[in-house]
Design a protein. Structure first.
Length: 157
């Protein structure tokens, strides 16, 4: 697997965050898309984390933050689990559909738009949500790097 570097840039804050999030999304998908389902389900780490679960979890994280909380569409949030008989190709496709839906919401909003969760929880703006998703995706892409290397020796992002 080729080791790709993030695209350099000098754009504004929004462009930088969106570009780097997309790079991390695609890096993650490159780690999993050529795996067979058995390997994607397996876990070489004590926590039991698998590449299939990470794929479903990333779709869940983007959905819950942007579609469910920010856009107020909780019905668009998938469960944070691996369904019985799940396949990695289906999980990757669902993740790609999720990021397209998230991007449509983000494209129509300002980074200064806020989500007010209520119940004494702090208000956050879309900027915070997007940077959190960038951080979450990069973190799990790193987990995918390690799991994939343990499974079959493949490295690169």
């Amino acid at each position: 697997m080729a080791d790709l570097k993030p695209p350099p840039g000098t754009g504004d804050e929004r462009g930088t965050v969106v570009t780097l999030l997309q790079f991390q999304r695609e890096s993650f998908v490159r780690k999993v898309e050529d795996l067979d389902d058995e390997a994607a389900r397996s876990s070489p780490v004590a926590s039991g984390t698998s590449l299939l679960w990470l794929t479903r979890h990333l779709a869940y994280a983007e959905s819950v933050w942007v579609l469910g909380r920010f856009a107020g569409r909780p019905q668009d949030v998938p469960p944070n689990e691996v369904p019985e008989g799940d396949r990695i190709a289906a999980a990757v496709e669902a993740y790609r559909r999720t990021w397209a839906a998230v991007d449509r919401v983000v494209d129509g909003a300002s980074f200064d738009d806020v989500f007010e969760p209520g119940e004494g929880r702090p208000t956050v703006d879309l900027r915070w949500i997007m940077v959190h998703l960038l951080e979450e995706t990069a973190r799990h892409a790193g987990h995918a790097d390690i799991i994939r290397e343990l499974l079959d020796g493949a490295t690169g992002r």
